[in-house]
Ligand binder design. Structure first.
Ligand code: SF4
Length: 173
């Protein structure tokens, strides 16, 4: 090893060259096995959506509209109720969390035939982010199912992957 060092430069201490050689080897190793970029989602070019406020997603099939504490406070304020009163009238406590009460036919308690959603401005994140839920974004087939249920899917504004991913994360219930 000393011979090699002398060939490079006689004044360089062997330990320095050894250290640099180790560092170089480590760098080469990393460049040979770079971290794989995440695979682009099927919606890499974006998808279109514009809500027509038809209310189909607010009616019918029974389900859960989850509400978080911060949302409870703003919906109660919007309805001019205190939180306890609001909770008694409009919330059901499940083993997991709070959800909005449903009508016997499965309609959301805030949906009205005449005016649509009564709390539209302060509706929960789950409603705001529909149909950008994992359930519908996981595959083109799932998205086609969303289109079957919702007339706004594949129309209107183009949503790009970054904002879609953000909404999917927000509704990762
Ligand atoms: S079904 Fe679609 S278009 Fe109709 S209110 Fe729901 S999100 Fe809007």
């Amino acid at each position: 090893m000393d011979d090699c060092l002398t060939l490079i430069h006689p004044s360089i201490h062997p330990s320095i060259l050894y250290r640099d050689a180790v560092a170089f080897e480590a760098m080469s190793l990393f460049s040979l096995t770079p971290e794989r970029p995440p695979e682009a989602p099927w919606y890499r070019d974006g998808v279109r959506f514009a809500c027509t406020r038809c209310g189909r997603c607010c009616r019918g099939d029974p389900g859960f509209v989850w509400v978080r504490e911060i949302e409870i406070a703003s919906i109660a304020r919007c309805l001019k109720l205190d939180v306890a009163e609001f909770a008694r009238t409009y919330l059901r406590k499940t083993r997991r969390d709070y959800a909005l009460v449903e009508m016997a036919n499965g309609d959301c308690v805030f949906w009205t035939p005449a005016g649509g959603c009564r709390i539209y401005e302060v509706r929960p994140v789950q409603c705001r982010t529909f149909p950008f839920w994992w359930e519908y974004m996981r595959s083109p087939r799932a998205w086609a199912e969303a289109a079957r249920r919702c007339p706004g899917v594949n129309h209107g504004r183009l949503y790009l992957p970054q904002e879609i991913d953000h909404m999917v994360e927000l509704t990762d219930f």
